[in-house]
Design a protein around this ligand. Structure first.
Ligand SMILES: [Fe+2]
Length: 258
């Protein structure tokens, strides 16, 4: 959302345009999640102080334009095995230090990452996995989602994936996640005022053809819980929803047989 920061909005005008679109969709709060320790921001100053300053400036312009939206500070942390140390940096968490949004590179989920995520959870910060439906390994094996949920992570899919804006693999996988009720959050992941604008209300509307409306109401409420650092219950039924293993295989693996 911040003009000319990271790979998002290019100008103040674009940011204000995007936020008007968001407001028309009933969005009242936006967490700006700047890329953190991602190779694409290697040469940029992504410090808490800079982001705080840029956020204040943008909020002033939003208020001047009478757009009823509040911007919150946050980050999308690129996975490296240093998550537990990172939690001390105020920029990396949301909801009073309770949640951290974490993304992986699209083609590989590193060995040992599950343990690092679990360690972060044990250190009091719940990991939120950003757009897993866009990762090749998840598209090939949805059981990775079950493993994350079992480790206490939350799953956030992108609104654009549901609508098919981010490729057919992400579209198919996001629908599978919704059908299985395997996510707790849906993110706007808005980057500009063109192809990657806010599309949350359309995505929720479309999702009604896939999953119960009460489940989707829960997703929206959970967004608010993240903002306020409230607990989100993880409920999923791995026996009914996984498509890659038969129930007997699962019972076998639960008993440590496979
Ligand atoms: Fe991302």
């Amino acid at each position: 959302m911040l003009p000319a920061v990271d790979d998002g909005s290019k100008s103040l005008e674009m940011s204000l345009n995007m936020l008007r679109t968001a407001s028309e969709q009933g969005i009242t709060d936006v967490v700006n999640t700047v890329h953190f320790q991602h190779p694409k921001v290697e040469t940029e100053d992504i410090s808490y102080n800079r982001i705080l300053e840029e956020t204040k400036q943008l909020q002033l312009s939003i208020d001047n334009e009478s757009i009823p939206i509040k911007i919150h500070i946050g980050a999308e942390v690129f996975y490296l095995p240093n998550l537990v140390e990172l939690k001390e940096n105020k920029l990396t968490t949301m909801g009073n230090g309770k949640y951290m949004l974490i993304e992986f590179q699209p083609h590989q989920i590193p060995e040992g990452s599950k343990q690092e995520l679990f360690n972060l959870k044990m250190a009091g910060v719940t990991p939120i996995i950003a757009h897993p439906e866009r990762y090749k390994p998840v598209q090939e094996n949805i059981d990775i989602i079950h493993q994350w949920l079992r480790a206490g992570c939350l799953i956030q899919i992108d609104a654009g994936s549901v609508l098919g804006f981010l490729g057919s693999g992400a579209e198919k996988s996001s629908h599978e996640i919704l059908r299985g009720q395997l996510c707790q959050l849906m993110g706007s992941d808005a980057h500009d005022n063109r192809k990657r604008n806010f599309c949350l209300s359309d995505a929720i509307e479309y999702s009604k053809t896939i999953v119960d409306e009460s489940f989707l109401d829960g997703l929206i409420k959970n967004g608010n819980k993240v903002l306020h650092g409230e607990e989100i219950a993880i409920e999923f039924d791995e026996f009914t929803h996984s498509t890659h293993k038969s129930i007997w295989e699962k019972i076998g693996s639960r008993l440590g047989l496979g």
